[in-house]
Design a binder for this molecule. Structure first.
Ligand SMILES: *Cc1c(COP(=O)(O)O)cnc(C)c1O
Length: 434
């Protein structure tokens, strides 16, 4: 009788051998040695008690590991900037820059002189270079912080004149008017939900006016009997016009004709533009402020600026994003439907060959994340029975699709082409009746 059959406990693999297994070794790197060792011990104990076969110890240890958090997911929803999925996916350049900045870095030091330097100057210089219409730029934590800083530094104790049609809720109960009022500025509402005129603004402006605010209604559209005053006209009123463009488009994009961009808005006469870094710009979460030097200076010097300061990782990612705008967001927006169809057909063939009932159907992708509400991007999707949704969502990597009319649609527009194999493998791994 062989050794292995005599006493299964003797066949329980040793801890050091298990920790050298590639997948467990990788887990040591991401989760730390102690946690992986605890999972290994637990699995060894189960084998010693006879609950599992000694051959299963490695898999049991892997299964007992806590998942890495947060987890990377594949976005097959067809929503380019999905707030629940972290909005913009960073470019490889941005990821590399963040990793480089993760240790000690020259974020506030000039290595040539050995002296202190302007914090985040690479990112600020890149932003200024990308939008030459701005005399000065500043970066804070997010779009909301940019607005808070502008309202506090330029209008606390004073009035912000804003159209009733632009008092918007961004999402998850976040309402711009509440945010603005929290800074100590007073809102002076003008016009109606559907119509505001230049005269409405002019009547409201007086000695108490801090600035006129224009907010891009980035997640809804009003149509019918409507009118709004363009920045160009507001700029004639003789008070600073602050424009929250929302999405962070720096220059006009023909694909998104209704989306305001920083360059055009400044050219039209805005004194200050605020925007997010992780929407259409495709960068890290950040709030961008661009405009007149005198105003940006007041923002930078305000004590609140310190509380809204961005960290070195954000600055690194932002500089890299601005240096190479070929971001995943851009790729997802501009991928042509024909190539998406080809990729989707190829996947369908591979999946159908394994006995799954799968079809290719036309799909409509959207920008999402509070941007370009009217824009529909022609796309293609794999269509699977709805019951695939849960195992795909809870698998590794999690694949997120969109359930409509009892079907699960997997739209590849926001899936990088190199991840098509992972989508195929994930679908093939769904157990049970196909
Ligand atoms: C998204 C958005 C904001 C909020 O920006 P965050 O970066 O999410 O804080 C503010 N205003 C508008 C118009 C937006 O679209």
């Amino acid at each position: 009788m062989g050794d292995g059959c005599a006493d299964p406990r003797r066949r329980v693999p040793r801890t050091d051998a298990l920790l050298a297994e590639p997948r467990l070794a990788a887990a040591v790197v991401s989760l730390g040695r102690d946690r992986v060792k605890a999972a290994v011990r637990q699995a060894q104990d189960r084998a010693r008690r006879g609950e599992i076969d000694p051959d299963q110890v490695r898999d049991a240890a892997l299964a007992a590991l806590p998942p890495a958090a947060p987890r990377a997911v594949l976005n097959a929803t067809g929503v380019v900037l999905h707030t629940n999925l972290g909005r913009a996916a960073l470019s490889d350049a941005a990821v590399t820059a963040m990793v480089a900045a993760a240790g000690h870095t020259d974020v506030e030091l000039d290595l040539r002189t050995g002296r202190r330097a302007r914090r985040g100057r690479d990112a600020l210089d890149a932003l200024a270079a990308a939008v030459p219409q701005a005399e000065a730029v500043h970066v804070v934590n997010n779009g909301a912080a940019a607005l808070v800083l502008a309202a506090t530094a330029l209008a606390a104790g004073a009035e912000i004149v804003v159209s009733r049609g632009e008092l918007v809720e961004i999402g998850d109960g976040f309402r711009l008017p509440d945010l603005i009022v929290s800074t100590g500025a007073r809102l002076r509402e003008v016009g109606t939900t559907n119509r505001s005129t230049l005269a409405d603004y002019a009547d409201a402006i007086g000695p108490d006016t801090g600035f006129v605010l224009k907010v891009h209604p980035s997640n809804f559209q009003v149509s019918g009997f409507t009118s709004a005053v363009p920045v160009r006209r507001l700029a004639e009123l003789g008070v600073p016009v602050v424009v929250d463009i929302g999405s962070g488009l720096l220059a006009a994009d023909a694909l998104l004709p209704d989306e305001p961009d920083a360059a055009s808005t400044l050219t039209a006469g805005a004194a200050l533009v605020t925007a997010s870094g992780d929407k259409l710009l495709g960068g890290p979460q950040a709030g961008l402020l661009l405009g007149r030097a005198e105003l940006v200076d007041r923002l930078r010097r305000h004590p609140l600026a310190r509380a809204l300061r961005v960290d070195k990782l954000t600055l690194a990612a932002l500089a890299a994003t601005l240096g190479d705008p070929a971001t995943p967001t851009r790729a997802a927006l501009h991928t042509d439907p024909a190539s998406l169809r080809e990729r989707t057909e190829r996947l369908r063939e591979a999946i159908a060959a394994d006995g799954h009932k799968v079809e290719v159907v036309p799909s409509v992708a959207v920008v999402g994340g509070g941007g370009a509400p009217g824009v529909e991007l022609d796309s293609w999707a794999l269509s699977l029975p709805e019951h695939y949704a849960r195992p795909l969502r809870t698998g590794e990597p999690p694949v997120l699709g969109r359930v409509t009319h009892g079907r699960l649609l997997l739209d590849l527009r926001c899936v990088p082409p190199h991840a098509d194999d992972a989508v195929r493998a994930a679908v093939l791994a769904v157990p049970g009746e196909h």
